[in-house]
Each structure stands twice: as structure tokens, then as C-alpha cells.
Design a protein around this ligand. Structure first.
Ligand SMILES: NC(=O)c1ccc[n+]([C@@H]2O[C@H](COP(=O)([O-])OP(=O)(O)OC[C@H]3O[C@@H](n4cnc5c(N)ncnc54)[C@H](O)[C@@H]3O)[C@@H](O)[C@H]2O)c1
Length: 475
């Protein structure tokens, strides 16, 4: 450390010398911000969560968690005084490190909308003073945003000093539904920025890197997990790593779906094919599930974000464009499968099982079920939809769609002409499918997530596999 200090230009020492993080502010109390705040409080820091949404902050102050994420309620409740919530950015003045975790939704042209990041940075700037502060961007942002945030801080702060106020990129890789385990036991921690700011981040994350914390009861440390890798790099590379990681996972899923379509035509079984290729350690088994394709707030937005970044440099990214096309084609493929069985949907009752974009979350952003319901209604079907968790949220966010919210899973099947499985919730895997199909008028099931394992007295269409013909259930 001494050697490093001696090589630093005058002023840069300040941050390194004074970096002894104790207080953290987390801006944005969404899926990422809530998890980040809970994690850092659990690691022992004094954390203040800041959000501009008054209702959300009031809820959190009452001890209510505004999203569904397994284990999060217990983790946040366990932090007591270490974790508080406010709408007031004044907490930044007291913090050693501030995390920006606000949304970066796509704009109408597909480029990431940076208005929330801009507003957050301007609000942080108002509270910069002579104290050193590391400003960490956890939101997924276009390459170059780290410099952009620094510029906003510089333009809006009364006191701005590059030696004291440093921007770091620390992209988030959590998956909704398993967010806590992903944050507590990550494969890697990616940090981009100046050497001295990254030294400070490594100090902040020391309990996570060394895995010296006591695991929360609901999220035990996986057997064999030792410590995450730490990738230290530049701001630009850290920002690119996040986009490239999501784009690669997205195209793995699209690859499986593209091969699944051919499997149906040549009589191969996609599940056996993906097992056969995924056992090659160069490929891996994960993210090769054929089905209805990806949804959610990240894959669509981030693949498009990377393409837009390419466009800015007149650089085409045909692989990513194809991954997106294949993904959204899957939503049409499922309707085509249904039409092959029912011929017309006019007046038909179609049940949809699952509305959230994946199990164990209430997140409806870019959920395939949305497009399915919309198309089914356009084709004249009466839709009854169910989700174990996301129905109240759908009542608010999907008010523009015409569907009957099912008050039970049975109601989806009652006198239905067909049922589509859109999300692979365990509740649906565990159904007594034989009993359910008996409730239907026509037993057509489009299992768009390939979860049904036993033959039924029903026509079952899956993705990338042979149609299971209706017949007597084997005893
Ligand atoms: N959700 C995921 O699974 C996930 C995973 C990895 C990365 N990301 C990225 O993390 C970022 C956040 O995603 P999210 O899903 O948590 O978003 P979200 O929409 O759930 O939450 C964003 C929160 O920020 C708040 N906010 C907006 N402007 C603010 C401001 N100026 N000051 C304070 N709070 C403000 C909003 O009120 C909201 O509560 C995005 O860039 C996303 O791409 C998300």
C-alpha cells in the first residue's frame, strides 16, 4: 500500500488514506436497491435507503417490503436500526459510499433512458462537500455513463474534487427470485474505476469477499462456496461486462429456442439435446431451457442497449438482433400451436397459468404472458389468468388488458378450451394435472415451459418436443 501511495499524484492519496467505510447510502429502493441495502446492512454497515417514491418509502418505514423476493422480508427486518429509509438525500452528506440503483428502462427508440440516473446524480451532487465519497453505479448503464455521472456531479456540486469524489461502476448480476443468494454468494464482483476508489470498494466488500459474515438463516451459504472472484477493471469495461453478460445469457436461451423449433420438425427432443450439449463444460447446462423465451426488465433492454451502443458507432450486431427476433417469435409460436388445435379462438375460453416473467417474482416487466393475453383477446378468446403472486400487481399494471383474474387455479381450468402454461411456478408443477384436465371442455394444454412430465388424457403441446397425444392415463 505504501508503494502505491507513493506513486499516486498528490491528492489521490486522500481517498485511500481516509477510506474506512462505515456508512452507506443506497439510492433507489427497487429490486436491486432493496437487495443491496439489505446485503450491506447485513455485512454490518449503517445503511440509509433513499427513494423518491413517497408511498414506497412509507411502506418500508412501516416494515413492509414493496416487492416479492424470497427471503428479503426477513433479511430487511433483521437489520433493525442499521437500515433506515427516507426520501431525503441529506443522508448522502453523512455517507462514505453511495450506491445508485435507480431504473434505466428502455426509451421508445430502445436506448436506455438515463433520466433517473441523471436525477439521482444531480441530487447526490447537492450534498457533496469536502468529505471523500465514492459514488457507485449499480444500475445497468450504457458504456460511458460513469464519466457522464461524474460530469453531472461536477456540474451540480458546490464542492467537487476529483481526488475526493470518485465514480465506480459495480454492475449487479442478481436474478429476481434468487436475488439474496446471488448477492451473498456471487460468482464474481466486478469493479471498474480508479485504483484508489477500487481499493476502497474492496475494503467495503471485504466481509463479502472473505465470506466472513454469518449467513442469514433463510439463505445459507451453498456447500463448497468459498469466495467470489473480484474483477478489477476500468469504468468502461465494467459497464461493458454487464451488458455482454446479459446479452450472452439471452442468446443462449434464444439458441435453445431456435434449435427447439427444428427439433419439433425433425423428431428430436430439445430437453435431451440441451442435456447432451450442456454437459460439455465449455457450454454448460444453464440458460438452455427452451420455452416461451426470456422476459423481465433486463434481457430485452440490455440486448437492445448493446445494439444501440453499436449503432452509435455504426457497428452492426447481427447475433444480438437475431437473439431478440427469436425470443419474441416464441410468443407467436405458442399462439400458433394453440390455433393448430382449436382452429379459431372466437368465443373460446383460454386459461393462462403464470403472469410474472418468471417464477418467484412479482415482476411483470416484459412478461411473455402479457403478449399472450393481448394476442388471445385480439383473436376473440375469453382469457382467464392466474399467478400465485403477481395478480394484484397485474390488476394495477395490466389494467389495459381484458382478462378475468382467476380466484383459484381451478378457475383457470373450469370449462376451458385450452390452458397455456406461461410461467413455471412450482405451484403449477405440483398440480394434480389429471384432475385439472377433467375440469376442461377441451383438454388442450400448451405447456410453453415444458413442465408436464406425465402423460394425461389431454393433448399436450410442449416446446421442442413431440406432441403428447390424448389418451387414457396409464395406471
Ligand atoms: N431487476 C433486476 O433483476 C436487475 C438485475 C441486475 C441489474 N438491474 C439493473 O439495476 C437497475 C435498477 O433495477 P430495478 O429492477 O431495481 O429497478 P426498479 O424499477 O425496481 O427500482 C428503481 C427504484 O428507483 C427509484 N428511483 C427512481 N428515480 C429515483 C431518484 N432520482 N432518486 C431515488 N430513487 C429513484 C424508483 O422509485 C424505484 O423504486 C436497472 O438499471 C436495472 O437494469 C436490475
Amino acid at each position: 500500500m505504501r508503494a502505491l501511495l507513493s506513486t499516486l499524484p498528490l491528492g489521490k492519496e486522500i481517498l485511500v488514506k481516509t477510506c474506512d467505510p462505515k456508512k452507506v447510502a443506497v439510492v433507489g429502493a427497487g429490486y436491486v436497491g432493496l437487495g443491496t441495502a439489505g446485503l450491506l446492512a447485513h455485512l454490518g454497515y449503517q445503511v440509509t435507503g433513499i427513494d423518491v417514491d413517497l408511498d414506497r418509502v412509507a411502506q418500508l418505514q412501516r416494515g413492509e417490503v414493496p416487492i416479492h423476493e424470497p427471503g428479503l422480508d426477513a433479511l430487511l427486518a433483521a437489520q433493525g436500526e442499521r437500515l433506515t429509509w427516507t426520501t431525503d438525500y441529506a443522508a448522502v452528506a453523512d455517507a462514505d459510499v453511495v450506491f445508485i440503483c435507480v431504473g434505466t428502462p428502455p426509451s421508445s427508440d430502445g436506448t436506455p433512458d438515463l433520466r433517473y440516473v441523471t436525477a439521482a446524480a444531480a441530487s447526490i451532487a447537492a450534498h457533496l462537500d469536502a468529505r471523500p465519497l465514492v459514488i457507485v453505479n449499480k444500475s445497468t448503464v450504457p458504456i460511458g455513463t460513469g464519466d457522464f455521472v461524474q460530469r453531472i456531479l461536477e456540474d451540480n456540486a458546490l464542492t467537487f474534487d476529483l481526488a475526493r469524489h470518485t465514480v465506480v461502476s459495480n454492475p449487479e448480476f442478481l436474478r429476481e427470485g434468487t436475488a439474496l443468494a446471488d448477492s451473498l454468494y456471487p460468482d464474481r464482483i466486478v469493479l471498474g474505476g480508479s485504483t484508489e476508489a477500487l481499493d476502497c470498494m474492496v475494503k467495503l466488500y471485504a466481509p463479502l469477499i472473505e465470506q466472513s459474515f454469518t449467513p442469514p438463516p433463510a439463505t445459507p451459504r451453498p456447500e463448497g462456496f468459498t469466495r467470489p472472484a473480484v474483477v478489477r477493471t476500468t469504468l468502461q469495461s465494467a459497464e461493458m461486462i454487464k451488458y455482454a453478460a446479459n446479452a450472452f445469457l439471452a442468446l443462449k436461451i434464444s439458441f435453445a429456442n431456435e434449435v427447439a423449433g427444428l427439433c419439433e420438425r425433425v423428431g428430436a427432443d430439445i430437453e435431451e439435446v440441451t442435456t447432451g450439449i450442456g454437459l460439455d463444460t465449455r457450454i454448460g447446462l444453464r440458460f438452455l431451457q427452451a420455452g416461451l423465451g426470456w422476459g423481465g426488465s433486463c434481457f430485452g433492454k440490455d440486448t437492445q442497449g448493446l445494439i444501440s451502443a453499436g449503432d452509435e458507432h455504426d457497428y452492426d450486431m447481427p447475433i444480438l438482433r437475431a437473439a431478440i427476433d427469436v425470443n419474441y417469435r416464441q410468443r407467436r409460436v405458442v399462439i400458433d400451436k394453440l390455433l393448430r388445435h382449436l382452429k379459431t379462438l372466437k368465443g373460446k375460453k383460454v386459461g393462462v397459468l403464470g403472469m410474472a416473467f418468471k417464477p418467484n417474482t412479482d415482476d411483470l416487466r416484459d412478461a411473455p404472458a402479457h403478449d399472450l393475453i393481448q394476442r388471445l383477446v385480439q383473436l376473440g378468446a375469453r382469457v382467464t389468468a392466474h399467478d400465485p403472486i403477481a395478480m394484484p400487481r397485474a390488476a394495477r399494471e395490466w389494467a389495459h388488458l381484458t382478462y378475468q383474474a382467476a380466484d383459484s387455479i381451478e378457475a383457470v381450468f373450469d370449462r376451458a378450451d385450452a390452458v397455456i402454461i406461461a410461467t413455471e411456478w412450482n405451484e403449477y408443477r405440483a398440480l394434480d394435472w389429471a384432475a385439472m384436465t377433467h375440469r376442461m371442455r377441451e383438454a388442450v394444454i400448451i405447456d410453453a415451459r415444458n413442465i408436464i412430465r406425465t402423460p394425461l388424457a389431454a393433448e399436450i403441446e410442449q416446446v421442442g418436443r413431440a406432441v403428447l397425444k390424448a389418451g387414457p392415463v396409464p395406471s
